[in-house]
Design a binder for this molecule. Sequence first.
Ligand SMILES: NC(=O)c1ccc[n+]([C@@H]2O[C@H](COP(=O)([O-])OP(=O)(O)OC[C@H]3O[C@@H](n4cnc5c(N)ncnc54)[C@H](O)[C@@H]3O)[C@@H](O)[C@H]2O)c1
Length: 334
Amino acid sequence: MDIINKKILLVGGGGFIGHNLALYLKDKNAIPYIVDSLSVNNLYSINKEEVKNKNLYSSILNNRVEILNKKGIKSIIKDARNHEDILKIYQEIDPDIIIHLAAVSHANKSNKDPHSTFDNSLRTLENTLDFARLKKKHVIYLSSSMVYGNFDGKEVDEDTTCNPIGVYGTLKLSGELIVKAYSSVFDIPYTIIRPSALYGERCVSRRVGQIFIENAIQDLDIEINGSGEEKLDFTYIEDLLQGIYKSCTSQNSINQIFNITYGNSRKLSELAELLKSEFPKVNINYAGRDKFIPERGTLNVSKAKELLDYAPQFNLEKGYIKYIKWYKNFWKNL
Ligand SMILES: NC(=O)c1ccc[n+]([C@@H]2O[C@H](COP(=O)([O-])OP(=O)(O)OC[C@H]3O[C@@H](n4cnc5c(N)ncnc54)[C@H](O)[C@@H]3O)[C@@H](O)[C@H]2O)c1
């Protein structure tokens, strides 16, 4: 399916994945529309949070807005929880495809604030589906590898039984079930995408790869939770964007679930070694791990390769070093 001049609504599109996706889709000559409150892990909330490097994050978030404006991408600042208001906006946009990204997208935050996670993740999703059922438009839902729970040392594919632990993974799986229920009752075409351990330009979510770089730039030690042997399927943002784009353009994506990752897990200690190649003086310390974060590993991406012609391009050596170089440059120009 061609998406040239197709309108693509990105709910929660002002976030890390969403704004990068809007830029990617625009380059493919689609017409992305962002709807975002900018109030969760974004411009209007960052000053209220007790996080380090607030000024840095404000600069990064402002940089997102500047780039989007420069590219002429339309952003509507609105809370997607308000059913009446938001459906009017969706109707005005009249999208061909809807990509649902809005959520509290961090497992630690979700466990600390389940109420807000439920509201911003599932209330917003139901509004998206309530609109989609009227128009029968393709809905793409961003789920997570956290739906699987502990991988028990094995690779997981889309048929692996889901046993999430903690609030985040459980709500992500609930979202998948709601999407599938609306699809079967109202005949909405859907695609569910399960990414994992993403990293890349303009992320402010403070996941491990980002914190490592920020500490190293400031000559601070880095801390690894656990022994360093733990493995994650680190995925550079551009590989995920390719997978989402192919889900928009291929009929094979309809009513399917896909793992979209690099497809090869790597140890945290390997990530730290790569960091050391760019910051030779950095010190590494080890600390205890959070029991509500499942032990993960490789997500098998054969299904996406076969059905969507998905072809991930960025191993950790290529993607992480590219990200580090971007960070150094951004920091220099602050
Ligand atoms: N980044 C990852 O590693 C990763 C991995 C797996 C899954 N995901 C999923 O992908 C999606 C996007 O993740 P992200 O990394 O871009 O997160 P993010 O926090 O950067 O972006 C989420 C966006 O949703 C918006 N939002 C939240 N509640 C809203 C509401 N009520 N109304 C309007 N906008 C609202 C926020 O303002 C924010 O801009 C999430 O659903 C997340 O669970 C992310």
